[in-house]
Ligand binder design. Structure first.
Ligand SMILES: Cc1cc2nc3c(=O)[nH]c(=O)nc-3n(C[C@H](O)[C@H](O)[C@H](O)COP(=O)(O)OP(=O)(O)OC[C@H]3O[C@@H](n4cnc5c(N)ncnc54)[C@H](O)[C@@H]3O)c2cc1C
Length: 436
């Protein structure tokens, strides 16, 4: 199938992602039937929900995962696969936002998130091309260079063995000439995202978690001291605790949750396998990376030698043909030496932004918690959030946990599309001006 034929299909379909073609097999996840009891009911079978389930099962707590489609169907199975440490906020900004004590907790949890992920992958022998090879952030302009220098200095102050790369070394490690320099964060790396999600589901099932696909939860009601969750097919789960792990795919299941985030839709394309020369030159040491632009670009070569190019998100549901064309143009601009590239896969998915650019953990009611809002860098952070949600659900007093914030539906949420279109046009202009 040509790329243009792919674009005519529904690109919310997971099967148009390269990952669907190369992932490990999915474990059986039959839909929920009858009326089930559990200690914790988890809604959403992405990294957040599956990590929560795994953590609970490791401690002997009976967990049930209810996923509308299949494990990894949301952002978790279709992302770019670059594992990044930390948050959008740098360590000094974390301290300024939270104060020193909670800032330290947030820095340690988010900075340690890749180690947590790669450790789980090792412990459960998940076959997902995991490679903690390091994440490179190349600077597109002088302003970006100042940012990476400051970011590297801040993490270095906290013991991370970062490296600053000059222009020539950046070109060598990235395969592109146009960057002014970069920082290399050794904590990051790459994964096959759908294999990771399926591997987490298989590990959870192996520990006794019931993972149900094809099970959309349509209602949650209080029943005495328990919660009763009803699926679209009428089956129910009754549990003392509920974890909502629906992130950017949140619907109106819990009042206000969907409106507390702004969903944005990045697009990705994958080429036909590249020739030897190209594979030897683009990230030759297996790093992954994304640049410093406001409308950032990211690219990598995955296991079968295909170039992945991503960025240019949208806020609408359209097919995005224009955006895919821009991604092809980005490739010509960033990697001009590659020549014409044959593109074979194109897909997109939803990520969740929050107003303060921080992941949010909410206690929505006694026994009901939600974790979401990773700003497009949630592979590692969602795994940590899952553990944090599991701790909140089961521990009487959580020491050193991710801070809980009040659920705040965004004012003017209905106007987010025109507002974001404006912001994005402005960012694109600023990126162009900065790079001159
Ligand atoms: C195109 C793209 C590229 C990205 N690239 C990167 C990257 O390179 N690095 C990085 O760190 N992050 C990246 N991300 C972000 C990362 O994938 C997410 O932050 C992470 O996967 C979030 O996991 P999650 O489990 O919270 O949510 P999701 O994986 O989105 O899972 C939510 C699940 O909830 C289910 N659901 C929703 N409502 C219901 C309901 N009522 N009943 C039952 N189930 C329900 C959905 O079907 C969905 O499967 C990217 C995301 C996208 C879309």
């Amino acid at each position: 199938m040509t790329l243009d034929q792919v674009l005519l299909r529904d690109d919310h379909d997971l099967s148009t992602a390269i990952w669907a073609a190369t992932a490990i097999a999915a474990p059986p996840t039959p839909s929920l039937a009858g009326n089930v009891r559990a200690d914790v009911a988890i809604v959403g079978g992405g990294y957040t929900g599956l990590s929560a389930a795994l953590h609970l099962a490791e401690r002997g707590t009976k967990a049930v995962v209810l996923e509308a489609k299949e494990p990894g169907w949301g952002a978790s199975g279709r992302n770019f696969g670059q594992v990044i440490a930390g948050l959008k906020l740098d360590p000094d900004a974390m301290d300024a936002h939270f104060g020193r004590e909670i800032g330290t907790v947030v820095r340690n949890l988010s900075g340690g998130a890749p180690d947590y992920l790669f450790d789980i992958v090792r412990r459960y022998a998940i076959d997902c091309d995991a490679n903690q090879s390091g994440w490179i952030q190349p600077a597109h302009a002088r302003i970006g260079l100042r940012q990476v220098e400051s970011r590297a200095a801040q993490w270095s102050k906290h013991g991370v063995k970062v490296a600053l790369l000059d222009r020539a070394r950046t070109a060598e490690l990235v395969g592109a000439e146009g960057y002014l320099g970069a920082w290399l964060d050794p904590r990051g790396g790459g994964v096959q995202p759908l294999s990771l999600a399926r591997g987490l589901a298989r590990a959870a099932i192996g520990l006794g978690v019931a993972v149900h696909g094809d099970t959309r939860v349509v209602r949650i009601v209080r029943q005495g001291t328990d919660w009763r969750l009803t699926a679209a097919n009428g089956a129910t789960v009754t549990a003392a605790n509920v974890i909502l792990a629906t992130n950017a795919y949140s619907d109106d299941l819990w009042p206000g949750l969907r409106r507390s985030i702004v969903p944005v839709r990045p697009f990705l394309v994958a080429s036909a396998p590249l020739g030897e020369n190209a594979r030897r030159n683009i990230f030759p040491h297996g790093h992954v990376g994304s640049d410093t632009k406001r409308m950032l670009s990211y690219f990598r070569v995955e296991r079968t030698g295909r170039l992945l190019m991503g960025g240019r998100g949208s806020v609408g549901h359209g097919r995005g043909a224009g955006i895919y064309e821009q991604l092809r143009e980005d490739t010509r601009r960033i990697l001009p030496w590659l020549g014409e590239v044959k593109w074979e896969y194109a897909w997109s998915g939803w990520i969740a932004f929050t107003k303060d650019h921080l992941p949010h953990l909410h206690e929505l009611a006694p026994g009901v918690h939600a974790g979401l809002g990773y700003q497009g860098r949630g592979i590692a952070m969602a795994l940590v959030m899952g553990r944090e949600l599991a701790r909140r659900a089961t521990e009487r007093k959580v020491e050193g946990g991710w801070p809980i914030v009040r659920l705040q539906p965004l004012a003017l949420h209905a106007l987010r599309k025109p507002v974001l279109h404006g912001i994005r046009a402005y960012w694109r202009l600023r990126d162009k001006l900065d790079a001159r």
